[in-house]
Design a protein around this ligand. Structure first.
Ligand code: G4P
Length: 529
């Protein structure tokens, strides 16, 4: 039992979020280098969709291949087992990222020193903030000219609605970048600009007023640093671990991922303060990681890249207990027991079959169609983890069968792609027509391509003018108001795959008018309420 506790406490499962190009891939790679998980830079392939490649399907397939490989990157550092969960930066795949965020215990937010807070960062941080996920901010590319440190910290507070406290502070920037004062460790790291050096030159400075600082970085820089640190001390709250863990305070580090500068400091602080696996709410009770019995949930499904093998990999986050190979577990939604003979654990560049996994770990289970996103596995208890909702899609099209001989294949393909969470399927109440709703426009092309290549089915689309789909909850399903709503809005009603009632609003205005007209109805923007 003691070793079980120890295994839990040494796990850190987190995600790195950023706007594309801020340096997420580079930082991931440098973290893996520190863990000794990879030997050289360039080993982690970028999974971002390159600009201009959006209609190149081979490119999409290639990216999908990479994204399987980098879905979970596990490595050890100072006896801590670290799992980085990959989050796609491309906005059309934002829903994937939102779902992955349900499986992390904390996040690192990467911000480009020159660009500051960008759109995707705002959206993703908002999701983390709503869930009180502890966040550390890494301001990257300090080797380049960028915004002033105080200006950036202000921008982060205002645009991201965070309360920050710098744990390191830059000395100069761009051409004049001399290094970083590490407030957390109370030392100065000098920037040599040599990325091959694993550890930068670090000089302990216990007293900021000492002459040594002047000698190291020059009088002017030393004076400026003293003033800036004093100002920072006056303006920002002191670091408080509890506030960080509760999502109320966000420590900030500065560095340059490309130059491997400031990364070790970030990692050392991270393993010390970042949370170990946390308890999670289910529909019945809160489940603690150190409970004996295994529970976990599916947050991602990845289809096999080889169309001849239709099996998929379901990614399970272990919430409590031990996950053991060949032990029967209850698939709660289906009410049946399943055994897994070859669960995969993830390491930097490979996956391997493992006998036992612990809370915080991710296991990949081969699946022939039993799983969909959000499913819960237990040792017999009937509980469901919440918090993996479908989001209101923003793009809608009718989907038509373009090859009547292949209607079965089409149905199966759509069914499985929806389970993977690629998009959502709705059936219009009025005429039974099928509508696909997606968060990004790119998904329509992905679906069409994959239906053809993996299922041998062909589809066409027809435009449908819908602004947003909202899930409807009626306090009283027998009320006159609900009956009236169903009659008047019959043309705009659909069912989702679970049979829940959905209203298609064709504009923001019509959504508002409908909400006003039917005050007893609730219009939800996610499927979970
Ligand atoms: P992403 O995953 O967040 O999309 O970003 P990625 O790491 O791919 O980094 C985006 C670009 O920024 C890359 O350049 C990368 O080399 C560069 N970069 C990352 N960290 C730093 C840094 O600390 N300083 C500087 N100056 N640049 C940095 P690229 O030219 O787009 O790609 P590549 O051809 O270099 O791979």
């Amino acid at each position: 039992m003691k070793s079980f506790q120890k295994e839990i406490s040494r796990r850190r499962t987190f995600g790195i979020i950023s706007h594309p190009d801020a340096g997420k891939t580079t930082l991931t790679e440098k973290l893996l280098l520190f863990g000794g998980a990879i030997q050289e830079a360039g080993a982690v392939k970028s999974n971002k969709i390159k600009k201009g490649a959006t209609s190149d399907f081979m490119e999409i397939e290639r990216q999908r291949g990479i994204s399987v490989a980098t879905s979970v990157l596990g490595f050890e550092y100072k006896d801590i087992k670290i799992n980085i969960l990959d989050t796609p930066g491309h906005k059309d795949f934002a829903e994937d990222t939102f779902r992955t965020l349900t499986a992390v215990d904390s996040v690192i937010v990467v911000i480009d020193v020159a660009k500051g807070v960008e759109e995707q960062t705002e959206k993703l941080v908002e999701v983390c903030r709503m869930r009180n996920i502890p966040m550390i901010v890494f301001i990257n590319k300090l080797d380049r000219e960028g915004k002033d440190a105080f200006e950036l910290l202000d921008e982060i507070e205002q645009k991201l609605n965070l309360t920050v406290t710098p744990l390191s502070f830059p000395i100069g920037m761009g051409y004049d970048f001399k290094g970083i004062y590490n407030i957390w460790e109370k030392n100065v790291n000098l920037f040599t600009g040599d990325p091959r050096k694993d550890i930068e030159e670090t000089v302990e400075i216990s007293d900021l007023n000492s002459e040594e600082l002047d000698q190291l970085i020059g009088n002017t820089a030393a004076e400026t640093l003293r003033e800036e640190l004093e100002l920072a001390q006056g303006v920002y709250p002191e670091f408080d671990k509890v506030a960080y863990l509760e999502g109320n305070l966000q420590p900030v580090f500065f560095g340059s991922a490309l130059n491997n500068f400031g990364v070790r400091e970030l990692l050392d602080c991270f393993i010390e303060i970042a949370p170990k696996p946390r308890p999670k709410d289910s529909d019945v009770r809160t489940v603690k990681p150190d409970e004996d019995q295994f529970t976990g949930f599916v947050f991602k499904i990845h289809a096999n890249m080889d169309p001849k093998h239709r099996d998929r990999l379901a990614f399970i986050k272990i919430v409590s207990g031990k996950f053991e190979r060949n032990k029967p577990y209850l698939h709660v939604r289906l009410g049946k027991n399943l055994k897994f003979s070859s669960p995969n654990a993830f390491f930097a560049e490979k996956k391997e079959i493992v006998d036992v996994s612990y809370p915080g770990d991710i296991v990949g289970l081969h699946d022939t169609g039993n799983f969909k996103i959000g499913d819960t596995l237990t040792e017999g208890e009937y509980l469901n983890y919440r918090g993996v909702p479908s989001f209101s899609p923003e793009h809608f099209r009718y989907i038509n069968n373009a090859d009547p001989m292949k209607s079965k294949q089409l149905e199966k393909g759509i069914d499985q792609l929806m389970d993977e969470g690629v998009a959502q399927l709705f059936t219009l109440e009025m005429n039974g027509r099928k509508v696909i709703g997606t968060v990004g426009a790119l998904q329509f092309e992905v679906i069409q391509y994959r239906l053809e290549h993996e299922y041998g089915a062909k589809c066409t689309y027809e435009n449908l003018n819908v602004y947003k789909a909202t899930w409807i909850e009626a306090e009283d399903e027998k009320s006159e108001e609900f009956k009236d709503f169903k009659r008047v809005k019959a043309k705009f009603l659909a069912k989702d795959k679970q049979g829940q009632l959905v209203f298609f609003a064709d504009s923001q205005f019509s959504l508002q008018m409908t909400q006003q007209k039917y005050p007893s109805l609730k219009f939800h923007f996610t499927s979970e309420f």
